[in-house]
Ligand binder design. Structure first.
Ligand SMILES: Cc1cc2nc3c(=O)[nH]c(=O)nc-3n(C[C@H](O)[C@H](O)[C@H](O)COP(=O)(O)OP(=O)(O)OC[C@H]3O[C@@H](n4cnc5c(N)ncnc54)[C@H](O)[C@@H]3O)c2cc1C
Length: 273
């Protein structure tokens, strides 16, 4: 059945749920998929079929706080509150507070085993537990509480000597309270710890649109009456997983929804009182 319309708005998200298409994301190999099943890239395929240009198809919202074996996530605020991230060798490999969670996913993916352990103390725990995803992680048993360095090392399978040395040299610096950093000194027992790995939540590349949401043709100009927003359109995160800033996904969904809706509703005049 053919349906005529003055305009069509494509808003069916990106393609992260498609295993085959996900293979095209060069940085997502081996990543856990933590998005929704409906993000199969249909709208992008339809747009491309009409001649649309695409951009930044390697970009995605990654995550470095996915708990392997549970599929839940630890609260990504923890590194910004001063949590410690160690590899399975018990040593630090990144400045925890200097990365967004998408970039942190890339750093964990680059580890030989793609795994790390996040460690935090009571001062951070109360704040982190305010989020639903952290309460889900607690219910799933995705992290544990420890009273001694030896207990923590044994439970998480970390080399005790390397972990003790790392803990001894670490200072919990919070950039969540002040971007210049507040030094809270060493982590204080009891400590909490959870294993983490890298994941993909949604893609950020897609149909090329102009600032009003019109889909652009690969030969130039706009495709008449065709609009796209959210994950179906090329977002604002740049070409890889590193450029994703918190909120970029909903920014383009809400932002383009607003802009396109305003534009299409304009000829109809103001709403009746
Ligand atoms: C676990 C998780 C956490 C996230 N956290 C954040 C966050 O904190 N901040 C942030 O900004 N972003 C976050 N995001 C990303 C954000 O959710 C997405 O970028 C955003 O929802 C995309 O909006 P959308 O409208 O394009 O797609 P969606 O919200 O996925 O909506 C698309 C709709 O299209 C429907 N659809 C798909 N295919 C078809 C079809 N062929 N026919 C008909 N309907 C179809 C789907 O069923 C769905 O209802 C998160 C994503 C995930 C998975």
């Amino acid at each position: 059945m053919a349906v005529r319309a003055r305009a069509v708005v494509l808003a069916a998200d990106g393609f992260a749920a498609s295993r085959d298409a996900r293979r095209a994301l060069p940085d997502a190999r081996g990543a856990f998929y933590g998005g929704v099943s409906t993000s199969t890239g249909d709208a992008i395929t339809w747009g491309v079929g009409l001649g649309a240009a695409v951009r930044n198809m390697g970009a995605f919202l990654g995550h470095g706080m996915v708990v392997p074996g549970h599929g839940t996530r630890l609260n990504p605020v923890l590194p910004f509150l001063g949590a410690l991230l160690v590899g399975t060798d018990g040593r630090r490999f990144a400045d925890e507070k200097a990365q967004g969670y998408s970039k942190l996913g890339r750093l964990i993916a680059a580890r030989p085993d793609g795994r790390a352990v996040l460690v935090w103390d009571e001062r951070m725990h109360g704040i982190a537990m305010r989020s639903e995803l952290m309460r889900e992680s607690a219910a799933a048993g995705a992290f544990s509480r420890h009273d001694t360095p030896a207990g923590l090392a044994a439970s998480l399978g970390l080399p005790p000597d390397a972990l003790a040395a790392t803990l001894g040299g670490f200072r919990a610096v919070s950039v969540a309270q002040d971007p210049r950093g507040v030094d809270h000194g060493p982590l204080r027992f009891p400590l909490y710890a959870g294993r983490v790995t890298h994941g993909v939540l949604t893609t950020q590349g897609g149909l090329l649109v102009d600032e009003t949401g019109r889909v652009l043709h690969r030969d130039g100009g706009a495709i008449g009456g065709l609009y796209a927003g959210g994950g179906s359109a090329c977002g604002v995160s740049g070409p890889s997983a590193e450029g994703y800033s918190s909120g970029n996904g909903l920014l383009t969904a809400l932002g383009f929804g607003w802009i396109i809706g305003d534009r299409l509703a304009a000829p109809l005049g103001p709403p009746a009182a």
